[in-house]
Design a protein around this ligand. Structure first.
Ligand code: NPG
Length: 370
């Protein structure tokens, strides 16, 4: 594959409703799309780095900078040497510390182009074994418990099979109790996005009464040992998100007793190829995985759905239908039917941005040409 040009396109899509977490409130989804042009096909990917470095240390302007300075030139050098493949990209940029979201985006765009040239879908490449995946939905922090109950009720009516509640100190035991009491025996889990400290173990143990599937990332990203200590104090299974940045990190966390379950987000771990390696580690160690989400447009959601169709993904993911996020997405719509979303089957990631919609949500575009 020869690389001819790379476009970094900033887009902003209004969300159907504000999404509040312990790290802030999103009303629009701002992200960077990476668009590669090769001699055989074009490829697209979404970089999940947010405007502000509040979920992780990466942020959109930083991702664009590292792409421009180091990652795109590295792909260009592989291309000039006649050695550009999606698989060869990560080893060529291993020397770049961190920046996994930026790396994931360029690798995925290259993979999309490469698979389109081969006429294969990303599901086929990654090892998907299903044509649809059971889906959950993530419900943000609300102003009141009645508002939360209305939101959860509407998602259950829409067919979502699992509810995830965002929690933070001051919004945890009572909302969880209210949802459990109102909706009975639903699949229910919580996500703290690092909002608690080691001293909160007794408080978090109150959630044990509600038979949750899991509690996701209660403590700081770096505090894997703290999660191992917490896991001994609560019966709700601990799931890690932010802390799991690689297959090696997943193995270490599981072997140290820090988690029972892993949330895999391809952007957070450097791409889909590393995501498959994390999946494989978890299957080997007998731990369940599920696919997280970061409010992605269809460009990011399509490959997430394909990943969620691997055999080890035994829990419903944050792989909701388009309507949960956007009135108008930049790709074709994804629907929930019977609690499931179909995985795309066309070549590459299986979707393309609609040029008119894309234009209408574009904030800026920069072309990097060889
Ligand atoms: O359905 O895409 C989705 C959103 C799921 O809650 C969700 N994502 O911490 O997992 C998270 C959270 C998130 C959203 C993280 C946006 C970072 C950015």
């Amino acid at each position: 594959m020869k690389l001819e040009a790379v476009e970094l396109r900033r887009v902003a899509l209004p969300l159907v409703s504000p999404f509040r977490t312990s790290f802030g409130t999103e009303t629009t989804h701002d992200c960077v799309l990476v668009h590669v042009v090769t001699d055989g096909a074009e490829g697209w990917a979404e970089c999940v780095a947010m405007e502000r470095p509040a979920y992780s240390s990466e942020y959109a302007d930083g991702a664009c900078d590292v792409l421009r300075r180091w990652l795109v030139p590295a792909a260009q050098a592989l291309s000039d040497a006649g050695e550009l493949t999606a698989e060869g990209f990560a080893p060529a940029v291993e020397w770049v510390k961190g920046h996994r979201m930026a790396k994931a985006a360029l690798e995925t765009a290259l993979l999309d182009a490469q698979l389109r040239i081969e006429g294969r879908s990303i599901g086929e490449r990654l090892g998907s074994v299903k044509d649809r995946v059971p889906t959950g939905v993530s419900v943000g922090i609300m102003d009141s418990v009645p508002a939360l109950l209305d939101a959860v009720g509407a998602y259950l009516d829409a067919g979502y099979l699992r509810i995830k509640l965002k929690i933070e100190p001051g919004w945890d035991v009572e909302p969880v109790r209210a949802v459990r009491e109102r909706f009975g025996d639903i699949l229910l889990q919580v996500d703290a996005n690092t909002a608690y400290g080691r001293g909160d173990a007794d408080h978090l143990a109150q959630l044990d009464a509600f038979d949750l599937l899991l509690i996701e990332q209660p403590l700081e990203e770096e505090d894997v040992p703290g999660h191992a200590l917490l896991a001994q104090r609560i019966t709700t299974p601990v799931c890690l998100d932010e802390s799991i940045v690689s297959a090696a990190a997943a193995r270490d966390a599981i072997e140290s007793g820090a988690c029972e379950i892993v949330n895999i987000k391809p952007g957070r771990v450097g791409g889909y190829l590393e995501s498959v390696r994390i999946h494989d580690v978890c299957v080997e160690l007998g731990k369940a995985v599920w696919c997280g989400g970061m409010l992605e447009t269809g460009v990011g959601r399509a490959p997430n759905l394909a990943l969620a169709a691997l055999p080890g993904f035994t829990l419903p993911g944050d792989t909701s239908a388009t309507k949960r996020y956007y009135h108008q997405d930049i790709t074709r719509e994804f629907f929930i039917e019977d609690g499931h979303v179909a995985i795309p089957t066309g070549p590459g990631i299986g979707v393309e941005p609609d040029p008119d919609v894309l234009r209408s949500v574009t904030v800026s575009s920069q072309w990097l040409r060889s």
